[in-house]
Design a binder for this molecule. Structure first.
Ligand code: BES
Ligand code: MN
Ligand code: ZN
Length: 502
């Protein structure tokens, strides 16, 4: 989708758009219906329509709760065809996430009616501490995220219709234009991650993922290099090679780099798990657990999406992205439970279970990343089923060896509108990673599998400030949500972008 956001002056009654969205404010008491606002043109339009809108709101007992909508068709088919009454909740309680939901609902209504343009008024004043630019950014993000569709494998689909958002806006035009551009870049990066997760593993092999990374790098002027075959051996990335050795689709290690124009304030490393399909290997997954495993490259998709946005937003930090990609499949060459593999950093690892493959590829990637001395390394991975049990389908598990980094990442997630929750790196379970025959076992002993997986990764960051995001639950949604339809969600993309910009 390419959405264009325009700003105009003038009067809502003369606004040129197929549909004009008007806010309905929820009452602060238990009144049966909400009210039009004087500030976003609602009262004016109501006057022009001889009170028809306020009558409808009362008759339908429309409360104006956030994201609820009513479509009001207009009699003439010249000019504006519909007014959309959209619940804005209570202005003193408004959040950025409310703005995203409002955007999504407006966008969905427009797509549903197959309209090309929507319009409205962006109130210039600050609402509940949120300025117009911040609200606009969330609104535009919501429109794009909420109208995302994945149609690659449908042989006949109606193309999406919505192209233009026209807003009557006072205040600082250039700051609004910047906010809209940021929103489009951020949302499109999220949609790139969704597309990659939704693409079948037959089509998105490790080498296909590397090709996508090269294309993203070329379009956005990022540095890129891809290691495969002998080059991986030369780099001693034997864990990545071991995980991939049972698949004809051989592994790859992708490095993307962004450098700012001036001197970089910080150097950030992003590391993504890119298992293009996780059968579990010889420790085969049962069918019900395997069905969504094309999403096991969700971490690499997040990192790639974030790099695209970072290249476009040009923050004042250097960012390197490292993607370890392989297919965890089975043939006669597949790695075995009990195999012992020497990791890139020299520690030997006993493969306790071939289904614990994510931490293996990440171990080599983290070692490569921290060797380049970043100020902070962030890995993103669909790592453990345990995090889904702990935090459910919508929330990312966050681990860190540096409290200030955990706080920064939590704050970034909050601003970006993504659910994350910090989990403990319990020292008590670290002993469980000991192996009788190698330096480390790939599996801990505690049933807290998300924690033991994180503790395993910690062995490879050499004390570098590090944040680990376990997106096993949040990378995929089996139920359509307001901001993400069925399938890949693009989890962590927006948080990574916000983290790198902050
Ligand atoms: N890719 C899975 C984790 C996963 C589970 C992602 C559910 C998305 C949804 C990972 O490779 C895995 O299989 N983890 C195992 C590790 C275990 C064998 C130690 C797990 O968590 O069960
Ligand atoms: Mn696995
Ligand atoms: Zn996996």
């Amino acid at each position: 989708m390419s959405l264009s956001v325009k700003f105009v002056g003038g009067n809502v009654v003369e606004l040129k758009a197929d549909m004009v969205a008007i806010g309905v404010l929820a009452p602060s008491d238990d009144a049966k219906h909400g009210n039009l606002s004087k500030f976003d043109g609602g009262a004016q339009l109501d006057d022009a329509l001889e009170g028809w809108l306020s009558q409808l709101i009362a008759r339908e007992q429309f409360r104006g709760d956030v994201g609820t909508t009513r479509v009001v068709p207009l009699p003439s088919d010249a000019g504006t065809q519909y007014i959309l009454l959209v619940g804005n909740g209570r202005p003193n309680e408004l959040t950025l996430q409310d703005m995203r939901i409002i955007g999504a609902k407006v966008g969905q209504a427009a797509e549903c009616l197959r309209l090309k343009s929507i319009g409205g008024v962006l109130i210039a004043s600050t609402l509940n501490n949120l300025g117009p630019a911040a609200r606009l950014q969330a609104l535009v993000e919501g429109i794009i995220l909420g109208t995302y569709r994945f149609t690659k494998y449908k042989t006949s689909t109606e193309p999406s219709t919505l192209k233009t958002v026209t807003l009557i806006a006072g205040g600082n035009r250039s700051s609004l234009e910047k906010a809209a551009a940021t929103a489009i870049i951020t949302a499109e990066a999220t949609c790139l991650a969704r597309d990659l997760v939704n693409t079948t593993a037959a089509d998105l092999t490790p080498h296909a993922l590397a090709d996508v990374a090269k294309k993203v790098a070329k379009t956005n002027k990022l540095g890129v290099s891809v290691l495969t075959g002998k080059a991986l051996e030369k780099e001693r990335m034997r864990l990545i090679l071991a995980v991939g050795q049972g698949s004809p689709n051989s592994p790859a290690f992708i490095h993307l780099s962004y450098k700012p124009k001036g001197k970089a304030k910080r150097k950030i490393a992003l590391v993504g798990k890119g298992i293009t399909f996780d059968t579990g290997g010889l420790d085969l997954k049962p069918a019900a657990s395997m069905i969504t495993m094309k999403d096991d490259m969700g971490g690499s998709a997040a990192v790639l999406g974030a790099m695209q946005a970072i290249a476009q937003l040009k923050p004042n930090v250097a960012v390197d992205a490292y993607i370890a990609t392989a297919e965890n499949a089975i043939d006669g060459d597949a790695f075995r439970p009990s195999d012992i593999v020497k990791s890139r950093n020299g520690k030997t690892v006993e493969v306790a279970n071939t289904d614990a493959e994510g931490r293996l590829v990440l171990a080599d990637a983290l070692d490569y990343a921290v060797e380049r001395k970043p100020d902070v390394v962030v890995d993103v991975a669909t790592l453990t089923g345990g995090v889904v049990v702990a935090l459910g389908e919508q929330c990312t598990g966050l681990f860190s060896n540096t409290e200030s980094m955990a706080e920064k990442m939590m704050a970034a997630a909050d601003t970006a509108g993504e659910l994350m929750w910090q989990m403990p790196l319990l020292k008590a379970y670290e002993d469980g990673l000991k192996s009788k025959v190698a330096d480390l076992s790939s599996m801990g002993k505690s049933r807290a599998s998300s924690i033991t997986a994180a503790l395993f990764l910690k062995q490879f960051v050499k004390g570098t400030p590090w944040v680990h995001l376990d997106i096993a639950g949040s990378a995929w949604t089996s139920e359509s949500m307001t901001l993400a339809p069925y399938g890949g969600t693009g989890a962590a993309v927006r948080t990574l972008i916000e983290f790198c910009r902050g």
